[in-house]
Ligand binder design. Structure first.
Ligand code: ZN
Length: 331
């Protein structure tokens, strides 16, 4: 669909579009540089699972932080991200461009992309978008469970803006100019369509489910899936049991595979991806208990008869295509 796809990637990609592990690390609740059985993800377990591309989100908690502290926290998160990568002694390398991403993976290392989850990190000021970009942030999840100055959240019953605000429109366009990827996960239904309308570049939904399979506001409707695909974007399927099945106790890796299959049936194999949300939720999904099990998705897709080329797209090439497009369309 997109023609911006650049160099070949010699090593198969295994890319995850969203983890909150860095937030837990910043808060001192875990040390992701060391192996532990706590939560879902740390760097030694990423290596074991074969992940070679990871978006690390700095979540901006609107309850643990106050307005005025959000942007500073995002910048501190960037410092922590660099420190974690430095401690890994070359194992995990921060990347800011798709070409750096390719080089790091070709060298057998893990390429780490910095994201910010919650546009309230900008404190309502577009110049903070530039600040975060300069500090290395390449993915911005426009809302979290709270609506903010830019738009309505899927979890907010009030929907104060009726979608994207005029400032949100400008934020999306500025992000596009900079070459920052906009993430529509957590955005209200109307906000998603407004973002697609406002922007010039493809978007990601970094960690969402499929609403046709589980009726929940954090999941993508078929109309949204078609619109994001028409925009050239990609949707990372979340591993969070409650988003996948009700009762959630019955959820398993098969539900993740069903969501991927649903997207592929609806819009083809160019728009599905993985978006674990590891360490962003309690509990564990059977078959994908932690990052060491993430290879089970490729196996599951093979077992279901997916073509090898399509599996490679879902496991990473689709995301890389989007990032290439966002970068090459930046001003
Ligand atoms: Zn989230």
């Amino acid at each position: 669909m997109q023609t911006e796809s650049k160099r070949e990637t010699p090593i198969p990609l295994l890319v995850d579009l969203h983890t909150d592990a860095l937030y837990e690390h910043i808060r001192g609740r875990k040390d992701i540089t060391r192996r532990s059985d706590k939560g879902h993800l740390d760097i030694p377990r990423m290596r074991e699972g074969g992940v070679n591309g990871q978006v690390f989100a700095v979540w901006i908690s609107p309850t643990e932080l106050k307005p005025g502290e959000y942007c500073d926290f995002a910048l501190r998160g960037a410092d922590a991200f660099d420190a974690v990568c430095a401690q890994s002694e070359g194992g995990v390398v921060p990347v800011r461009t798709p070409d750096e991403f390719r080089d790091v993976i070709a060298a057998g290392r893990i390429a780490a992309i910095l994201g910010v989850e919650g546009g309230h990190a900008l404190e309502g000021r577009l110049e903070n978008l530039d600040r975060l970009y300069e500090r290395g942030v390449r993915v911005l999840t426009l809302t979290w469970c709270n609506s903010n100055e830019f738009g309505d959240s899927s979890s907010d019953e009030n929907k104060p803006h009726g979608g994207l605000s005029p400032l949100g429109r400008r934020a999306v366009r500025r992000a596009n100019e900079l070459g920052m990827v906009i993430d529509v996960s957590h955005s209200a239904d109307r906000t998603v369509f407004d973002i697609l309308d406002a922007g010039m570049s493809p978007v990601i939904a970094s960690h969402s489910g499929v609403r046709a399979r589980r009726d929940f506001n954090r999941n993508l409707t078929d109309e949204q899936i078609r619109a994001i695909a028409a925009n050239g974007g990609v949707m990372g399927i979340v591993f969070l049991p409650y988003f996948l099945r009700e009762p959630e106790e019955q959820a398993s890796i098969e539900d993740v595979l069903n969501c991927i299959d649903h997207i592929c049936q609806l819009v083809g194999p160019d728009h599905a991806a993985l978006g674990s949300d590891f360490d962003g939720f309690e509990g564990a999904l059977p078959g994908l208990e932690d990052v060491t099990r993430i290879g089970n998705i490729g196996e599951g897709l093979r077992r279901r008869g997916f073509a090898a080329g399509d599996i490679a797209k879902i496991l990473g090439l689709n995301f890389l295509r989007v990032w290439d497009a966002v970068t090459s369309r930046a001003a």
